[in-house]
Design a protein around this ligand. Structure first.
Ligand code: DGP
Length: 113
């Protein structure tokens, strides 16, 4: 099933893209929760963390590698940042195409709400 993020990958709807390679796309969140709020997604449409298979291990690693590159590029690698992946209802997942939130640019609270 196609999602809004599938449409962004296919350039059917616009997004502020900050990073792309053959496997991963990253763009600014439409409703930012921090001065820097980027979504990093696999181009492969995996709905939730529960659907990740062992053959996706390298792909998931590439998401984290993309995140650290973007954090450095945006100058928050030393001040700090947070990576978040929400899974299903209790975590508040709203888009069922796997994504990793990269949040930074301010002091982040812990624990999250
Ligand atoms: P989650 O709650 O983890 O499923 O986060 C989904 C995020 O996706 C949420 O922070 C808002 C963002 N989002 C939803 N629709 C769009 C869109 O069309 N464009 C962009 N850039 N972000 C979107």
């Amino acid at each position: 099933m196609d999602t809004i993020f599938g449409k962004i990958i296919k350039r059917e709807i616009p997004a502020d893209i900050v990073y792309e390679d053959s496997d991963v796309l990253a763009f600014r969140d439409i409703d930012p929760k921090a001065p820097i709020h980027i979504l990093i997604i696999p181009k492969k449409p995996i709905p939730t963390i529960n659907d990740i298979e062992i053959e996706d291990a390298e792909l998931i690693g590439k998401i984290v590698i993309a995140a650290k590159k973007i954090a450095k590029e945006m100058g928050i690698d030393q001040s700090g940042y947070r990576l978040v992946m929400n899974c299903n209802k209790d975590a508040g997942q709203t888009v069922f195409h796997l994504h990793c939130h990269l949040l930074g640019g301010r002091q982040l609270l812990w624990p999250p709400g």
